[in-house]
Design a protein around this ligand. Structure first.
Ligand code: 5AD
Ligand code: SF4
Length: 440
């Protein structure tokens, strides 16, 4: 048995990183590491980084600068950088911040135990390779009951779409789907640990085309198979590209009860000119038609999206098209960002929109999106919704769970109801959550 050591992971960015952080801790558990929430008591600090927006690398260097204080107090503390900034910067991180002991790219977590042994020998390993095999193959899921009844499960990684603004095809590499049986096994393992909701993850999840028992499986096929696991009650997936919403996946929203009525389907912009410049390969009209088809099989589906304002060349008229599209769709919830240049991507060298203008457009878009979100939440008041209770909330006796539409819902409950789906009558809406009462 190895000696007991503490691992502190700071996670940035998307849900894929949250999932990866979990697998990083699984990978290091056999080496004697247990996770701590207190950086001061860590033996190993890992920053699991995100490169998608803003000055990602600079933020990591300044965080490492701050963490030098920890190293001063505890000189034997070790530091590693993981994730997409690690993937993009590689050795440069150690050159700029010699305190760092290892750099591990987003595809190499299965090599962490070996890398830690190299660190113990005084080396500073850097591994940013893209392996041919499944990076999770050699990482065993930790055993024992799960803290939450809802879990992420990565089914595919990477992206071949090359949207003109995005670093993902460079940091996460080409699209790779995991074999279906491995996903089903992992899902069963999670269910054995008390999980009742699984969120299938992928940068381009609906492009899934993993090897199944009888040839390649689509995401819809995979979902239908997972739905057969008795104790699994809810299935979600994120994030999707409009062009990969095939007929079967649309149909699954109508006929697979366990598939939740929520779909994150980013469109990024509402102007055809901008969509073309973004290399999205569809028009606004095609997107709206798609939404119509999805709503025709599942009327109440909650839609979510991502938007970029101030993409190079975006005029006020283009931006108005984005606002109009939002009016048509009425998203239940959505994310929006100012365009930020990612070096190495096609849009980085184009004429940029003025920063003040970008900020103004973002504010106007967010005002509209927030209004739609609030109206959707308000429409829930008085309804009885099935809510998966997840964990205690801040107030004593209060618990929080998720509606089928992914609202956070607060209510009084008993601790033993956590992990079950309760029927709750919505009594009020807050800014970003609902309040409810359990009905007998
Ligand atoms: N600038 C702003 N937003 C971006 N996103 C991706 N790249 C950029 C960028 N360079 C947003 C997109 C994507 C989400 C995950 O992040 O909206 O869907
Ligand atoms: Fe990035 Fe998504 Fe476009 Fe792929 S589809 S390049 S991940 S924005």
């Amino acid at each position: 048995m190895s000696e007991q050591k503490k691992l502190y992971i700071k996670t940035y960015g998307c849900q894929m990183n949250v999932y990866d952080s979990e697998r990083i801790s699984d990978a290091l558990a056999p080496e004697g590491y247990s996770v701590t929430a207190d950086e001061n008591e860590a033996d190993l600090v890992l920053l699991n980084t995100c490169h998608i927006r803003e000055k990602a690398a600079e933020k990591i260097y300044s965080e490492l600068g701050r963490m030098k204080q920890l190293k001063l107090k505890k000189p034997e503390m070790q530091f590693g950088v993981a994730g997409c900034v690690a993937q993009a910067e590689g050795q440069e991180i150690i050159n700029r911040q010699p305190m760092v002991d290892l750099v591990v790219g987003s595809q190499a977590y299965h090599n962490l135990p070996e890398m830690m042994r190299d660190v113990a020998k005084g080396q500073k390993p850097v591994d940013i390779d893209f392996p041919a095999e499944d990076k999770f193959d050699h990482i065993l899921r930790s055993k024992g009951k799960r803290k939450l009844p809802s879990a992420f499960l990565t089914v595919q990684e990477g992206c071949d779409k090359f949207c003109a603004f995005c670093v993902v095809p460079y940091t996460r590499g080409a699209e790779v789907s995991r074999p279906a049986q491995k996903i089903i096994d992992e899902a069963k393992h999670l269910v054995d640990q008390g999980v009742v909701e699984i969120n299938l993850l992928g940068q381009n999840v609906n492009a899934y085309h993993g090897q199944g028992a009888d040839g390649e499986w689509s995401l819809a096929r995979l979902i239908r198979e997972l739905a057969k696991i008795n104790e699994l009650k809810r299935i979600r997936f994120t994030t999707s590209h409009p062009n990969d919403m095939d007929d079967d996946l649309i149909a699954a929203h109508g006929d697979t009860e366990k598939l939740m009525p929520y779909l994150h389907l980013p469109v990024q912009a509402g102007s055809d000119r901008v969509l073309k410049a973004m290399n999205r390969k569809h028009t606004a009209e095609e997107y709206l038609k798609l939404i119509e088809r999805i709503r025709s099989v599942r009327k109440d589906i909650a839609l979510s999206g991502d938007f970029i304002v101030g993409f190079p060349g975006e005029t006020e008229a283009d931006f108005q098209d984005t606002l109009n599209l939002c009016e048509e769709v009425r998203y239940g919830q959505a994310y929006s960002f100012k365009y930020s240049t990612r070096p190495g991507t096609p849009a980085a060298d184009r004429d940029q929109v003025d920063e003040v203008e970008k900020a103004d457009r973002l504010k106007r878009l967010q005002t509209l999106l927030t209004k739609h979100q609030y109206e959707f939440q308000l429409s829930m008041v008085g309804k009885i919704l099935p809510v998966l209770l997840e964990k205690p909330a801040r107030d004593p006796g209060q618990f929080v769970g998720k509606s089928e539409y992914l609202h956070a819902v607060h209510m009084d409950a008993k601790a033993e109801q956590v992990g079950t789906i309760v029927q709750a009558k919505v009594t009020r809406t807050e800014r970003n959550s609902l309040g409810a009462e359990i009905v007998k």
